[in-house]
Write a protein that binds this ligand. Sequence first.
Ligand SMILES: NC(=O)c1ccc[n+]([C@@H]2O[C@H](COP(=O)([O-])OP(=O)(O)OC[C@H]3O[C@@H](n4cnc5c(N)ncnc54)[C@H](O)[C@@H]3O)[C@@H](O)[C@H]2O)c1
Length: 327
Amino acid sequence: MTNTTCRFPENYESLTFFVAGAAGFIPSHLCEYYLEKGAKVIGVDNFITGSPSNIELLSKYKNFEFHEMDITQKLPSLDKTKIDFIYSLASPASPIDFSQIPLEIMRVNSEGVWRLLLLAQQKGARFLEASTSEVYGDPEIHPQVESYWGNVNPIGPRSCYDESKRFAEALTTSFHKKFKVDTRIVRIFNTYGPRMRPNDGRMIPNFINQALKNQEITVYGDGAQTRSFCYISDLIESMHHVMFSSDHMPFNIGNSGEYTVREAAEVIVKYLKSSSKITFIDHHLLEDDPKMRRPDLTKLVTLTGYRASVSFEEGLIKTADFFRSLF
Ligand SMILES: NC(=O)c1ccc[n+]([C@@H]2O[C@H](COP(=O)([O-])OP(=O)(O)OC[C@H]3O[C@@H](n4cnc5c(N)ncnc54)[C@H](O)[C@@H]3O)[C@@H](O)[C@H]2O)c1
């Protein structure tokens, strides 16, 4: 596939990346990616769901600077600092967070993103909003393509996240149209890998931890709902490709392999050589749970040339190694 729109820098050492949410799962990998390339990275986080150990890890790079801060209240004073790229990744993203900290989620995806967009405008920086496949809600078309507007319940248990991410997309688009801020939007589909919180309620960490302990694997509902799973390194590469593409409209990013939740549980038991049994339970987190989830990645592949390459087996084994190291 030819690379049609990406223009990558030849040299990263003169570039500064600002990453909101640096202590989190996806953002900490993103920071590391650019630190390894020699860029300067400025990270901000208030640790509401992020981990100080991720910041410790990043702090071994001399080109990393960290500010503990709630971005809904303020941003670091950066008057004399050049910023080239801003990644807006500061948002809790797990279903458990939706019930425990809904207002914090809504505020960071509105006021927080607004502050980051003002910073982008002030610095002339390119801005990328990390949106989500949740903007499609419980989709009526399959696979989900970027032109689909979604089927979202505005007052359901997931609405604090789904609707605030939809607002963040609208805000990003408005800053682009009104102030010509150079914006990008990615809609991230389920991503997994090392540094996820072991008990954050998301399916892959749940299943892997249950499998490693040979405990029952608890599938919510009948397990017929489908998901696609992207390994973290593929996700980071996809996001990087979109940042350096030239299209302001949303890109789906993820992996287009599709599993029922039941199949995913079976694969995990098999690859991790576990003796766990799979059980099915009713659960409140199922309300408004999407029945089908798979990205149409045609736009990503056509415009950036990037295609996820890490297999589910390979990704699971690396993720399980990480969780094992926490025991
Ligand atoms: N993990 C996924 O599968 C997935 C899927 C779709 C979208 N996303 C998006 O990707 C981004 C990162 O998700 P993640 O899974 O790594 O979650 P995460 O919770 O691990 O990371 C988010 C980080 O943002 C920080 N944060 C939250 N509110 C903040 C605030 N007000 N000020 C400063 N920092 C704040 C948290 O402390 C955390 O470190 C989020 O925007 C999320 O919505 C993730």
